[in-house]
Design a protein around this ligand. Structure first.
Ligand code: HEC
Ligand code: HEC
Length: 377
């Protein structure tokens, strides 16, 4: 390596790519989680974040000098000394590679980052019935709230942790002037020690890994039916599955998936068809036999029998005997949609708050995916 004045070459380009991909993918996943309809992107960012964490862990064993865990300074005495020196000696000399604070920082990022990725993948499987762990939905859907909390709070923690890191780097950069921030761009740091080195094999292997990760990321973003985002919930063709329901109840509005309400609600709705939201449905419209058969179909497939998150969350929000006549009349529904301007529901494209399919693509076929939410303009 070409030696520069008082500077040591600490971070080869692969290390810098890992560092920035981890930082940017975490930031992107954090902010894409703020809007439900970006879930697909959120998962794709989480994927590349996870892949890069694995790569960083491997790098910690087989990587170049300064990246490996055995060069980390994890002794508490060192950590104390580091902060003491920081205060008393602005121009102290620092060794190249990780200082005690950044060693601890990195270890915790790897630990909590992995926890976020794993809890996120489980949550996506359990709650959304999607992704690598989609098969867990059927048995473990009732734990969706717990997994959500773990995923959420550990992510907040890591976000704050990353902000502390940035402040620390800025102090090194501008107060101690060790060029720490730019070192992750140029590779050179003002420090003492030998230059880093990387074997040609390590170099080639890491470039292949980086390219494969980026290609997989683009693939996940641009497709739905892939291993990382595939859903077990496939569209139901009600006309095929149960024609009477499709023709008799899909007349004035599209068909509502039966999992949207509990049995007791369906019983109420079918009993009160002569006053159905202001419409009178007579036996000439829907015969007595058809009513009995529709009710059986609806109660057999109601919320109680579904592992869909809409069913689970609705049931969770209702008291034992509450039998809402419409999902739009529940606190659960109102709470989720409270930020939407009421005018939007009356707009030409949406028509009514009961027309879920206007904003939730595929709802009339029983599909509910957060990445299929869009308010028509
Ligand atoms: C004559 C027309 C008509 C027919 C037939 C009809 N509905 Fe409706 N339905 C309506 C109207 C109108 C609303 C109210 C929509 C709104 O609030 O904008 C409604 C609302 C609903 C809702 C409430 C949606 C929500 O959460 O706000 C459900 C559930 C429902 N219908 C189920 C059924 C079922 C089951 C059948 C078949 C037995 C059926 N409907 C047949 C006209 C009809
Ligand atoms: C005007 C468009 C619009 C209509 C109509 C609408 N929704 Fe929504 N819905 C949204 C938006 C936007 C969100 C995301 C809100 C947020 O970011 O928290 C949402 C969120 C949801 C969620 C939350 C999912 C979760 O992650 O927990 C459920 C469930 C839902 N809607 C069900 C329905 C049902 C059922 C209907 C019909 C009775 C309906 N919505 C009608 C726009 C709409």
């Amino acid at each position: 390596m070409n030696k520069k004045d008082g500077k040591v070459f600490v971070w080869p380009i692969c290390t810098r790519i890992i560092h920035w991909t981890i930082a940017l993918s975490f930031t992107a996943s954090f902010f894409s989680s703020l809007n439900k309809s970006y879930l697909h992107y959120h998962v794709a960012f989480g994927w590349i974040f996870g892949v890069m964490l694995i790569y960083r862990i491997v790098w910690g064993f087989f990587g170049p000098r300064y990246a490996t865990f055995n060069t980390f300074k994890l002794n508490f005495i060192d950590l104390q000394w580091y902060f003491k020196e920081k205060v008393v000696n602005r121009w102290r000399k620092i060794p190249a590679g990780h200082n005690p604070a950044s060693s601890w920082y990195t270890i915790l990022v790897l630990f909590f980052g992995s926890l976020i990725v794993v809890s996120g993948a489980f949550l996506y499987g359990i709650q959304e019935g999607s992704g690598i762990f989609a098969f867990l939905n059927k048995e473990y859907y009732m734990y969706m709230i717990e997994f959500f909390d773990i995923h959420l709070y550990v992510s907040y923690f890591l976000f704050i942790w990353a902000c502390i890191h940035i402040v620390g780097v800025m102090i090194e950069q501008f107060y101690h002037k060790t060029n720490m921030a730019f070192a992750m761009i140029t590779g050179y740091k003002k420090a003492e020690g030998k230059d880093s080195d990387i074997t040609p094999f390590g170099n080639i292997a890491s470039y292949i890994f980086i390219i494969v990760s980026f290609v997989s990321f683009v693939y996940i973003v641009s497709t739905y039916d892939n291993m990382v985002t595939r859903s077990i919930f496939t569209p139901i063709d009600f006309e095929q599955e149960y024609k009477v329901y499709y023709t008799d109840c899909g007349n004035c509005h599209k068909t509502y998936p039966p999992y949207m309400l509990p049995s007791r609600s369906w019983k109420r709705i079918m009993k009160d068809l002569d006053n159905h939201f202001g419409e009178e449905i007579t036996e000439a419209n829907i015969s007595k036999e058809a009513r009995t058969s529709i009710l059986t179909y609806l109660t057999n497939n109601s919320s109680e029998h579904s592992t869909n998150k809409v069913a689970f969350k609705l049931m969770n929000s209702l008291s034992k005997d509450e039998a809402p006549k419409a999902i739009t009349k529940t606190d659960y529904w109102r709470e989720i949609h409270k930020d939407i301007d009421p005018k939007i529901f009356k707009s030409k494209k949406v028509k009514s708050r009961a027309y879920c399919w206007s904003c939730h693509e595929g709802f009339e076929n029983g599909i509910f995916r957060n990445d299929k939410i869009s308010i028509p303009k």
